[in-house]
Design a protein around this ligand. Sequence first.
Ligand SMILES: [Zn+2]
Length: 291
Amino acid sequence: MNDLKDNDKLYRYLFQNRAVRGEWVRLNQSFVDTLNTHHYSQPVQNLLGEMMVATALLTATLKFEGNITVQIQGDGPLSLALVNGNDQQQIRALARVEGDISPEMMLHEMVGKGVLVITIAPKEGERYQGVIGLDKPTITECLEDYFVRSEQLQTQLIIRTGEYQGKPVAAGMLLQIMPDGAGSPEDFEHLATLAATAKNEELFGLPAEEMLYRLYHEEAVEVYAPQVIQFFCGCSAERSGAALLLIPDEEIDEILEEHKGSIDMQCECCGTHYFFNKEAINKLKSPVQAE
Ligand SMILES: [Zn+2]
């Protein structure tokens, strides 16, 4: 069966005698839903999976309500890859491909000259944005670097994408020394060495606790209740309409003429179509005040 225990879940845990904390996540249906309406090539699919895992792990470290956007922008055939997730672990992703991407392409070949931008937007309070050069061969290494630099804490990030029982899957683990200074670098290294032995089929196929037991059966690990991860787009006719109003009038008229009087604003994330005809557009421009 494809519905394994702990599919689309995120667990946080604590090594009680080591002052090191960890997270484990696996994306199944949430990843499938993301890929559903697109025909991304394999490297793009893998990259989005890695970014989704990273976003879920990063979001779980938030101490407040809000959301995180992880995006890559570049001048290569992959001009944009974007993942957004919130503290409820609702996640969405999209990629914009404007050229040919062959199956064996590496990150730098896809992105060209590019950057990784991480935006943390709390519901209340100031946004934080970090811009990182893509100066490592994989997105996982770039993100690991980000974690270490932004939080100044020893961090290990393991992210794998692939297929399990015929379905796309992305999974990962994060290990981080506690900020209170009680953890030792040696303890962290020891746990990180063990985590690095995790095999793909274990990450993709085992329940979290069994995975943790295999890696750390000599450790006292306190595992907290999991969070469910869901694909959630959040698009709406209102938002599409607002985006439509940013297009100059003449252009709108041209598009209307070309497309038999109806503009299709398709959501890039989930593929939902929102149609607007002349009447609907006029209504957007001069909204009738209700009451
Ligand atoms: Zn959508």
